[in-house]
Design a protein around this ligand. Sequence first.
Ligand code: GLC
Length: 478
Amino acid sequence: MRVLIATPECFPFVTTGGLGEMVSGFVKALARCGYDVHVGLPLYGTLHPNGDWTKTDRIAVPFDGGIRLCSVWTHGSEGVTYHFIEYHAYFGGSNIYGGVNEGERFAFFCCALLAMCEAFCCLPDVIHAHDWTTALLPVYLNTTLTHTPLRQTATVFTIHNLNYQGLFSPSLLYRAGIPMSEFRSDRLEALGYVNFLKGALYHATKLTTVSPHYAKEIQTPSFGCGLDDVLRFKAADLIGILNGIDTVRWDPSNDPSIAAHYTYHNLEPKETCKQALRQALQLTNEPVPLFGVVSRLCEQKGLDVLLEILPHLLRNLSMQLVVMGSSEPSWEARLHDLERNFPNRLRVKIGYEADLAHKIYAGCDFCVMPSRFEPCGLNQMYALRYGMLPIVRETGGLADTVENCDEINGRGCGFVFRDLTNDALYNTVGWACATYFDRPQLFRTLQQNAMKRDFGWERSVHAYEEVYRWAVERRRGG
Ligand code: GLC
């Protein structure tokens, strides 16, 4: 089976967060299962083709009432063929998202991928699109392309984050070549705008999202971001499949970034990683638990609540905290203020450094993820793999991956709370701290439980294979 994965991000070429990480691990696992895997990405200005990449003849892309010519760069690695759409006027800059012509850029990206399939005579059995930037692909296949060979191609659309939908002025439909008849409330229209994501929800043959829990949540008004009615309507075609992680790159027994290697049979070397992390961050060596946050510092992640209780936590509990992530300037200033007030308790690193992320997972005892919503979340899985116990709110993928501590039976692998309130978060961090100090044996058992969990891609890839089979059958059956 030939599959074209359409995505705005894929590690290591270009990534701003979980989506790029997910796609990268997923496509390699799919190739290992014997699929003919192609990935389509824009050639952003930050990407520089090298000698291993080949440039094909230019292809003609029908767009904005005319024909645009663009080139495609192709590069193969680990059984996957990557295709990069080169069109300087849209992708030559360094920004991936945003800009005044964002909708136009990604509509063009979708048109270029479809033109590429036809020009290379490389018709996929399935086009698997990810998030709003590629959401017009299923729309084109069901509208403008129904008389072309692509009519046989099934579409699968994966929602990584329902909050980003791609809303644009209706005039974009003309430029994108989508019939105006699609601008209705049971298709692409929402609140007077063109809503890319909504188009995919209606037109994709099958829908998936990145955890079973989130698949249920988004069918309710509190998590549906205004599209819960559509998702309930499509419920029979929507399935939640938990993301895997790259267990080779994230492996405490063989990670070049960390000070000592360890497994669940012998966790002693993790202490060396803890000391090394403190030293690297100039934190004093105290007999206290080390907490870590590796996250985009934003409201989705519930970090406003953490920020509010942070002075109390640092004053009242024996703990140290390391925070790394990109942040709005106002939050950054507050974090740095707190760092000055609690120099031996808090370290803040703004931005993302991959090497430091590995050191944090290896060196910390607990990870804090109080997300308001979390489609999947990868960081809690990295944390579990490194024996760093997650403190999470019971939502989305966090609920599917972190089993709450059961003190009596020594089960579980983290600490879970339900409501995102100051008290709930404060008390759960307090519970984790108390477990560390008063129940060291239980703490160790939880770490081992965490490290024994299997988050490799194999299981999830089989679930996607099944979705592909259903989608192809449905499409070909009419
Ligand atoms: C998005 C979601 C995150 C998920 C990731 C990969 O970034 O917010 O929860 O893990 O996509 O699917």
